[in-house]
Design a protein around this ligand. Structure first.
Ligand code: FEO
Length: 400
């Protein structure tokens, strides 16, 4: 049975939910599932915007047939050629062999890298600013390279002011019947998952997000329809401002993310001692993560949210504890920057954690270490509490 909805006049949501996938891109945990959005404009001509992951092909094709009924599909716009959105292009072309597939040159390069079909008779290559009128609706194409992949483009529907924004403004999490952000308790249900999606999927490409923002007709955008998560028709400044903050690596809140690795609980204990001291100095937002327990995407999301950090790790094999190093390397790749915080190392017979940590942080932009890093000898002793007090004071004063 079809699961579709006319979201605005002549524009239908025909996407679907995947509540079985364990990890997005086989990396990022999906405790609340994920939605793949796709949209169908039914005007004098019909236009499908993107397809969905192959996991939900059956539901998806039923949705499209249900909305089109006896009509054919005239156009398929490919805003993004990543398989979570493009896996049904061949199925659509097989169902509607006369369809014209619209993309840019890279779109079709990538298509032929992934798939076997010859699209040469079906393809229409567009570039920045090209338009297509299909009746009352006119589509204008904006290239959005590296918002998430190089072939990404956005499609702006001019008559109703709809920005079809590919991965941008997307979120992890199922669409539980309600499709619009204003139909649900968005801050509770989706803010964290939208940030986690941004930080981990698009986080590296802040400057490219900013570049496309400058070219979009922001004053004409009335709705934003992304490829994942809720659709936007109200409160656009809310999501636009968040994207502006995240893509400029500006902290959303003043607070401290404390991240540790700990083999026998001693580094962990030092972090909780420090958290206690920070709380007593008036810091309200304190988040604590164990790299061995929590998947990095959640930690990274908090690091994009909060202004300050505490990084604490033991030495391991005369190096930095490996899951901790992996997290810092991932942050380097994500261009995480513009934060301040303090460092804690721990070792029994050879100190390396702090040096490796400092080296990795040195590869990042505008990361400032406050105070003197504390290098614990196996476990924190009372005679060194003063050093931790000094770190708590300098950090809390900087946060406040
Ligand atoms: Fe949702 Fe970049 O794919």
């Amino acid at each position: 049975m079809q699961i579709t909805r006319e979201v605005v006049d002549q524009v239908f949501w025909v996407g679907g939910n995947d509540n079985r996938l364990e990890r997005f891109e086989n990396m990022f945990a999906l405790p609340e599932g994920v939605a793949y959005n796709s949209y169908l404009i039914v005007d004098e001509q019909t236009v499908l915007l993107d397809t969905v992951d192959r996991a939900i092909s059956g539901q998806y094709l039923e949705n499209i047939r249900g909305v089109l009924q006896n009509r054919t599909l005239d156009y398929l716009v490919i805003n993004h050629m990543e398989p979570d959105h493009c896996a049904n292009i061949e199925a659509i072309v097989a169902l509607y062999p006369e369809v014209t597939v619209i993309g840019n040159k890279k779109t079709f390069d990538f298509f032929h890298q992934y798939y076997q079909s010859d699209l040469s008779k079906n393809s229409l290559i567009v570039k920045e600013g090209d338009t297509l009128s299909v009746g009352k609706h006119t589509l204008k194409f904006y290239m959005a390279p590296m918002v998430h992949w190089p072939e990404v483009m956005f499609t702006f529907e001019e008559s109703q002011g709809i920005l079809f924004s590919a991965d941008a403004f997307g979120s992890f999490g199922l669409l539980r019947g309600n499709l619009f952000a204003d139909e649900v308790d968005w801050p509770t249900l989706f803010l964290d998952e939208t940030r986690r999606y941004y930080a981990n999927i698009v986080g590296r490409y802040g400057s490219q997000v900013q570049a496309v923002f400058k070219r979009l007709p922001l004053d004409q955008i009335k709705m934003i329809f992304p490829l994942h998560g809720p659709l936007w028709r109200q409160d656009l400044p809310l999501i636009l401002n968040l994207y502006n903050q995240w893509s400029t690596y500006t902290p959303e809140k003043r607070g401290v993310t404390l991240i540790y690795a700990s083999m026998y609980g001693n580094t962990e204990s030092a972090v909780f001692v420090l958290a206690n001291k920070l709380a007593q100095r008036g810091i309200k937002d304190l988040r604590i993560w164990d790299v061995s327990k929590s998947e990095p995407s959640f930690i990274i999301s908090d690091l994009f949210k909060y202004s300050h950090f505490v990084l604490a790790s033991p030495t391991y094999n005369m190096h930095l504890y490996l899951p901790f190093e992996a997290l810092l390397r991932e942050l380097t790749l994500l261009n995480w920057q513009n934060r301040r915080g303090v460092l804690i190392g721990n070792h029994t017979w050879s100190s390396a954690a702090l040096k490796v940590m400092q080296g990795l942080l040195g590869q990042m932009k505008d990361i400032e270490v406050l105070g003197e890093p504390l290098d614990i000898l196996s476990s924190l002793k009372a005679e060194r509490e003063g050093e931790l007090d000094a770190l708590a004071t300098i950090l809390s004063e900087d946060v406040l």
